[in-house]
Design a protein around this ligand. Structure first.
Ligand code: FES
Length: 74
């Protein structure tokens, strides 16, 4: 299994990571201000959160909401 994109909008995590790096976006919502993805099934959201946390852009395992919860603001 190779999961490397938001399938609903065909946006690769590699591309989203580049957008995050270029804009300083640190959350799913901040990345969404620059590129359209993650507005249908939202199954990509935990992957994008992990991408933002670790820099990974290709995943070989299922990442669910509970695996990568939304960070709580201090
Ligand atoms: S996979 Fe990203 S919204 Fe469905």
């Amino acid at each position: 299994m190779r999961i490397d994109r938001c399938y609903c909008f065909q946006q690769t995590f590699f591309c989203l990571q580049k957008v995050a790096e270029a804009t300083g976006a640190e959350t799913v919502e901040e990345v969404q201000q620059h590129v359209t993805f993650g507005q249908k099934c939202k199954l990509c959201h935990p992957y994008v959160r992990r991408m933002l946390r670790t820099g990974e852009t290709v995943f070989g395992e299922i990442v669910r909401e509970a695996d990568e919860p939304t960070p709580v603001s201090p």
